[in-house]
Design a protein around this ligand. Sequence first.
Ligand SMILES: *Cc1c(COP(=O)(O)O)cnc(C)c1O
Length: 449
Amino acid sequence: MKHLEGISLAALQKSVCHLDAGFADLPEFETAAPGVNGIDSVLLEAAERLRDNYPYFHPLYAGQMLKPPHPLARAAYALATWINPNNHALDGGRASSAMEKEAVAQLAAMFGWQEFLGHLTGGGTMANLEALWVAGRRDPGKTILASSAAHYTHERISGVLQLPFESVSTTCDGRIDCEALEARASNGDVGCVVATLGTTGTGSVDPLPEILKLRERYGFRVHADAAYGGYFKLADSLNAATRASFDCIAEADSIVIDPHKHGLQPYGCGCVLFRDPAVGALYKHDSPYTYFSSKELHLGEISLECSRPGAAAVALWATQRLLPLIKGGEFGAGLTASRQAALELAGHLTEDPRWVVPFPPELDIVVWAPRTPSASAASARSREVFERAAAQDLHLALIQLPLRYFDPKVFDADSDHILCLRSVLMKPEHAQWIDEILRRLEIAAFPVE
Ligand SMILES: *Cc1c(COP(=O)(O)O)cnc(C)c1O
């Protein structure tokens, strides 16, 4: 295999045999699964269909927030599907529930929590839903606030939960405007403020120390949505303000982090953590079917989702066993490398008068616009460069940013927004590929006719 790494396939086969040997005492049986003779041809057909994708696994895919799972995570996930445990109750997933508790405790410890309540979820959306659900149960009728650059999910989730939601403006670097936040919070009817530690669009980190100070004054809950940025807690070379936000994340009331974003996991792995384990009481329900095999905590007792993939927990557990979430470790070095790649790309683009970088990256996401006379011309040009880059196998992304993020001298204000180019440099390989990315961007944007 040339592009798709195959190291983990042999290890997977060996571990499946080892797992099988654990059940050697059972009588033999033939699988009654229908159609097994067709597996080969249908799987090849599926592979054929899957060729219709951008090459997300390749460093020249430098567009959206897509990071290949670690080879071990992929293998461990597949291994677990031979058992296919369900982490709802211990009856359905004994070993994988224990592994989930260990893996989640390691995530909590990364943020500085020894005592906490938490579990894996299908993703960041479900994890944030649980956090806002708890906020709404704790302070019924009060308003949820998030910045206008927060993930759209917060407004939609608040709608689902029937909690009042309002957005607060940002400063020109995509972070929540604390003056506007204070003006709104001083009404006294705010139940929870969402602090985004790493916005999905630009990787901007809300100033958590200031938000926590406002919490002291106005008494709202603080939920840290670190679905994207949470793992940067382990990165070196963050700027001082960004560092300060990650350094006090343990003071938040709840935290969301997505192992399927920067944590090297296949999709289907989010995580919600609560500082106060007593919120577990809010989840209380009586199930007539489950929870009989053990008096120990069944994860389904503290989760809104019922069935959950034990395989996701096994993959995460294995990844963290190989690459512990410790400062100065190999995993953290990967985050530092991503950030390095972003700084390097942003540095080149900032020096080049043909581009405009509105603000330097806080994490590993770079946004930039073509320098043109007007905002609308820049938008049209971004789209053109985006398409021409793809023809060079360089895959970028697009993002619409408010014009006020840019120096007012640069563009004629014939629109409130500018469509910009965006690159999420989240792969460990990206740091080595910046020159090649710039070379292809040059060919795409400024072809020599
Ligand atoms: C990705 C993301 C979400 C949504 O998470 P999913 O895993 O896509 O459901 C929420 N908040 C932030 C900041 C994100 O980056």
